[in-house]
Write a protein that binds this ligand. Structure first.
Ligand SMILES: *Cc1c(COP(=O)(O)O)cnc(C)c1O
Length: 404
């Protein structure tokens, strides 16, 4: 077999569909984000699709904590958590996370993906006869973790309480059950009814596993997420989050009871057999969490910019999904046009918005996923709306009626 020939033909098929992905080679300007240099593009660009939702990647306290830890402890952790890689910075960060979510304990992973994969994989495989009830739109990392566990899996309709209850009611009363879902769904920006799901979990004796990756830092009085905003953190068995999005650094974690965290720490291959995060990363993430626990300024400015971008899109009749979150999906509905618009935004307008095509979203729902941040200016917003308006006309894309 010609292996490279095979790879080439598979890639060619992706290209034909408009689903081949190319990287923008960016250099973010610290202190001046969302401005960046695109080295394989037009040079200066403004980033409009970052998951550094609050600009914490350039926060002075975060950078100082990282520099200080780097100078104090050096570059890497030097081992797994079990063998010489466990540092004071890791312990401090886990204490910060447990406090954030008002839980007994927290456990760090090298990313949110690894946290989901390892925690769900371990819980679902090691709890005898466990059945996982998984929301239909769960993230790939959750799906892979559940699949890896080889536990029985039932997929319930996205955010549909009736469907979830019907599935729960069919299962034997005594069978261990784990309901896995997210709070803010990253591509549609809709939000799960966490309280009602917890009520069903209580009624049917199920554990709950909540991915708050797109909510931590952003919602709730201390930035602990939607469960905090809704006053139900204590009712969720496992809260999972990332340190790489609103907290602006990198890493993932779970929080919950001391026993649950210790169990995953003791049995999860994806925790045990990998080098710990660098101490500087742990120190930077802890500084970011501490800052956002006390400061609402970033959240308020972000929400104001999100509302302003929505208002301006509405005024032009540009179609976007209405949702209660900070994610603005501008709907194109065609993979080639979506890619074309993204290419021209970059090349002619210096606006970087990655097209979101299949398999990340269903075919026919291709979109531009816009994430306004507190560091976008009014001039940035004017520029974005003008560019989108120009391209909507050029591509003859449908508009919504504009309210008089
Ligand atoms: C990004 C993402 C993850 C993975 O988090 P990382 O820290 O980026 O690995 C997990 N769940 C959801 C819903 C995500 O969007």
């Amino acid at each position: 077999m010609s292996y490279d020939g095979f790879f080439r033909s598979e890639l060619e098929a992706l290209r034909q569909e408009g689903n081949y992905r190319t990287f923008a080679e960016l250099e973010r300007h610290c202190g001046d984000f969302p401005n960046a240099t695109c080295h394989n593009g037009p040079g200066d660009v403004i980033i409009w699709c970052s998951n550094d939702y609050l600009g914490m990647g350039q926060n002075a306290k975060v950078l100082t904590a990282m520099h200080e830890a780097l100078d104090r402890s050096g570059a890497g952790a030097g081992g797994t958590r079990n063998i010489s890689g466990n540092t004071h910075d890791h312990a401090m960060l886990e204490a910060e996370l447990a406090d954030l979510h008002d839980k007994d304990a927290a456990l760090l992973f090298t990313s949110g993906y690894v946290a989901n994969w390892a925690a769900l994989g371990t819980l679902a495989s090691r709890i005898p006869d466990c059945v996982v009830l998984s929301d239909a739109l769960n993230h790939a990392s959750m799906i892979e973790g559940i699949r890896h566990s080889r536990a029985q899996k039932i997929i319930w309709k996205h955010n549909d309480l009736n469907d979830l209850e019907a599935r729960l009611a069919e299962l034997p009363t005594g069978q261990p059950k784990l309901i896995a879902f997210e709070s803010v769904y990253s591509m549609d920006g809709d939000i799960a009814p966490i309280t009602e799901i917890c009520e069903l979990a209580d009624r049917y004796g199920a554990m709950t596993y909540l991915d708050e990756v797109h909510a931590v830092g952003l919602y709730g009085p201390r930035g602990a997420g939607i469960a905090e905003r809704d006053g139900v953190m204590d009712r969720v068995t496992v809260i999972e989050g990332t340190l790489g999005k609103a907290f602006g650094v990198v890493g993932g974690y779970i929080t919950g009871s001391r026993e649950m965290c210790d169990f995953v720490r003791s049995f999860a291959s994806g925790f045990i057999f990998t080098t710990a995060l660098p101490p500087s990363v742990a120190a930077g993430a802890a500084a970011s969490i501490r800052h956002l626990k006390a400061s609402n300024a970033e959240r308020r400015r972000q929400q104001a910019n999100v509302a302003e971008v929505r208002r301006r899109l509405d005024a032009m009749g540009l179609p976007h999904l209405d949702n209660p979150s900070h994610i603005i999906p501008v709907m194109v509905g065609d993979p080639l046009k979506c890619k074309y618009i993204s290419d021209v935004l970059l090349k002619d307008f210096g606006i970087y918005i990655q097209p979101i095509n299949y398999p990340t979203v269903a075919k026919g729902t291709e979109r531009l996923r816009i994430t306004p941040s507190p560091v976008h200016s009014t001039a940035d917003i004017n520029h974005l709306v003008h560019a989108l308006e120009t391209l909507w006309t050029r591509c003859e894309l449908a508009r919504r009626p504009v309210a008089a």
